[in-house]
Write a protein that binds this ligand. Structure first.
Ligand SMILES: [Zn+2]
Length: 406
């Protein structure tokens, strides 16, 4: 079997006789080919080889391949499969769209992703380069111009989401979502210094460092995507809003000045000056301008607060349980010891009330009864030994100490 297949494999060039080289020299020079499907698709997009369709946008003709467009995009499928003018002319005008965004949309349809930064960027346009560009952002000292805002990669992502919805490209929506996730994990990740009881100041500082960009993008979700249904808007806005909701209380006091003198915590909390916190004022202004944003952030902040409360509750319970389990173990050990040392039992477990404990009928305790294990009154999860006559209590630790002393 292996021998028969080996005969069908063509011999490699260079290993054969000179005559094979002569033969190769007579053939036309082979066309340069791509190493992978993705490279091949990039090439098709770049030079338009074999295109059967032209998109016209912003005065430019963009050659395209209808198969690729139809198979991923509801709009193109409807347009080209309908027998409409466009399908016979093989020419589709996209008058309303931004040229760069249409180029990005094509890039997505051919490569599965798009470049959300400046299209004129020199050098590689890969994840690594994208990371560097995101990391080089500096919070502007003044409000940005509309042009600057529109060029911001996050706003580009929001626009692409809108385009994905308009043209019916579900994959592109997902790609925007994952790009925003990439951004938040890169720039707004948790600092891992927080416990559930403390809001993360490391993360707060990151958010402050991205403030303008983040807030402009969040606002764009609700204004630019206003036509979309709420679920679609929230899907993309939540990626940006969740880190904000997680640190929302810190925004009132971003320099942690309250925590610095915790002795007067409650007093200072109400003395926080109003109208002197630039970040908080900016947030408040945006919330007033965009009620849907306010409503969504309120919900997420409540959820976050709820989560913290529940986790803290669960945590305390867990602590109590741990102590309780420890107490039970101690109790069992002590009881086992008392059973093997009956002489000690009489002494240690006998009521030792100091005379300030009386029976229900007002008479002093006879101090002759053996104390029995039960739950504490003040701390229901602790175990104690209690005199059945006068309710004098001793803890397991007391009993153990006495046993150890004996
Ligand atoms: Zn007693």
């Amino acid at each position: 079997m292996p021998e028969s297949t080996s005969t069908s494999v063509p011999k490699k060039r260079g290993l054969t006789s000179d005559s094979a080289d002569d033969h190769a020299a007579k053939r036309p020079a082979p066309r340069r080919v791509n190493n992978s499907l993705s490279e091949a698709l990039c090439q098709l997009l770049r030079d338009g080889t074999g295109s059967d369709l032209v998109l016209v946008c912003g005065g430019e003709n963009l050659p395209a391949h209808s198969l690729l467009l139809e198979s991923q995009c509801e709009f193109f499928a409807a347009c080209l499969g309908s027998g409409m003018k466009e399908s016979s002319e093989r020419r589709i005008e996209l008058k309303e769209e931004n040229l760069d965004d249409v180029k990005r949309m094509l890039e997505y349809l051919y490569t599965g992703t798009f470049w959300e930064h400046d299209l004129g960027h020199k050098g590689k346009k890969d994840q690594r380069a994208s990371e560097e560009i995101y990391n080089s952002f500096k919070n502007p000292s003044a409000e940005r111009s509309d042009e600057q805002k529109q060029a911001d990669p996050l706003i580009v992502c929001i626009r692409m989401y809108k385009l994905a919805d308009k043209f019916g490209i579900p994959g592109l929506r997902e790609e925007v979502w994952s790009k925003l996730e990439f951004y938040t994990s890169l720039r707004l990740a948790e600092a891992h210094e927080s416990s559930i009881h403390v809001v993360d100041y490391g993360r707060t500082n990151r958010i402050l460092g991205e403030w303008q960009r983040l807030m402009d993008a969040i606002e764009a979700c609700f204004s630019d995507l206003g036509q979309l249904d709420s679920a679609s808007v929230n899907e993309v806005a939540d990626v940006l809003l969740e880190p904000l909701a997680a640190v929302a209380p810190n925004l009132l006091d971003p320099k942690a000045s309250i925590r610095a003198h915790s002795g007067s915590f409650y007093l200072d909390m109400f003395r926080l000056p109003e109208g002197e916190n630039r970040v908080f004022d900016d947030l408040q202004g945006r919330l007033e301008r965009t009620p849907r944003l306010a409503a969504r952030l309120f919900r997420l902040t409540c959820l976050e607060s709820f989560r913290r409360d529940r986790e803290a509750e669960y945590d305390d319970e867990l602590m109590d349980k741990q102590y309780f389990n420890k107490d039970v173990k101690k109790m069992l050990k002590t009881v086992a010891r008392l059973m093997t040392e009956p002489t000690e039992q009489a002494r240690v477990l006998q009521c030792s009330s100091e005379g300030d404990h009386f029976r229900e009928d007002g008479e002093p305790c006879s101090r002759s009864r053996v104390m029995v294990p039960t739950f504490g009154d003040l701390l229901p999860d602790t175990l104690v030994f209690r005199c059945p006559e006068c309710e004098w209590e001793v803890t397991i630790d007391d009993i153990k100490e006495e046993l150890d002393d004996a």
